[in-house]
Write a protein that binds this ligand. Structure first.
Ligand SMILES: Cc1ncc(COP(=O)(O)O)c(C=O)c1O
Length: 276
């Protein structure tokens, strides 16, 4: 971790005063929402869209009131000033202090910003379909909450098979998303992605890709993966990443022409528009 601020006050990450109290409901029960942004040329890419989604997530879990977007923008500006040119910015808002149980306390919310480097980007990703499902009717659907232990378990299971991302189906057996990514499947030259009703997160990168190229929202199943020409995944830290395999299904990966075109369009957007 490189830099940390809590409610706008910057701390040395190694300083015990930067510690979050054990009574923070984000720590005790994962009661919080978050965003992960990519730092591009020293700025938080697509900050406006991330701030909008943060508010939507907070509404789903009835968390708040949040600091005003302009206040968070100011804190983001401060933590990135003279900071890294590239990397990851994590913006977390927890419910603040609360009891050691599921009942929520009085708050106020706690806003935590932290920067770190990005892991070396792999040119291609290999996916593993895990046995656990996303609940498309769950209370947290649509929200990016800090309750991410299911993703931790799924990603670890994928890693044990040699994959670097887990692919989750939903309770209906439809393709949903990765632990930290949205999935796109090329069928007959056309790009498809699961609709939000699959239970997947409304990824910012997913949204931007949908504005750059024609993407159809289609209910997809593993049978579609059997006949797919190309597969790629998207996220704020992976951007557009070609998929080389989903378990024993093999794809062209970075040699896929459709994926390469989307990758190119997205790279151009990133280079030219800091807050699309
Ligand atoms: C569960 C999940 N789905 C999809 C995504 C991709 O979203 P974005 O493009 O906004 O990073 C993420 C991001 O981490 C995620 O956690």
């Amino acid at each position: 971790m490189e830099r940390v601020s809590i409610d706008g006050v910057e701390h040395d990450p190694g300083d015990p005063r930067s510690a979050i109290p054990v009574s923070d409901h984000g720590i005790t029960v994962g009661d919080g929402v978050f965003e992960t942004l990519q730092i591009v040329d020293g700025a938080a890419f697509a900050l406006s869209r991330h701030l909008d989604r943060l508010r939507r997530s907070a509404r789903v879990v009835d968390l708040g009131p949040l600091p005003e977007p302009d206040t968070i923008r100011k804190w983001v500006g401060e933590i990135l000033r003279n900071g890294p040119q590239t990397g990851r910015l994590r913006l977390t808002v927890t419910a603040g202090d609360g009891p050691l149980s599921s009942a929520r306390g009085e708050g106020p919310v706690r806003t935590i910003l932290a920067t770190s480097g990005l892991p070396a980007r792999r040119a291609e990703s290999n996916l593993h379909i895990v046995p656990w499902t996303r609940n498309e009717r769950g209370a947290l659907v649509g929200a990016k909450t800090t309750s991410y232990a299911e993703n931790v378990v799924a990603l670890a299971a994928a890693a044990r098979t040699g994959a670097d991302e887990a692919l989750l189906l939903n309770n209906r057996g439809e393709i949903c998303e990765g632990t930290g990514s949205n999935v796109f499947v090329v069928l007959d030259g056309r790009i498809h992605t699961p609709p939000l009703s699959s239970g997947c997160l409304a990824g910012i990168t997913r949204e931007l890709v949908g504005e750059l190229v024609t993407v159809e929202e289609t209910t997809l199943t593993p049978a579609d993966l059997d006949r797919a020409e190309e597969v790629f995944i998207t996220s704020s830290t992976r951007d557009v990443q070609p998929v080389a395999s989903v378990d024993d299904r093999l794809y062209p990966g970075r040699k896929g022409a459709v994926t390469a075109a989307v990758f190119h369009r997205f790279s151009e957007l990133k280079a030219n528009r800091p807050d699309p």
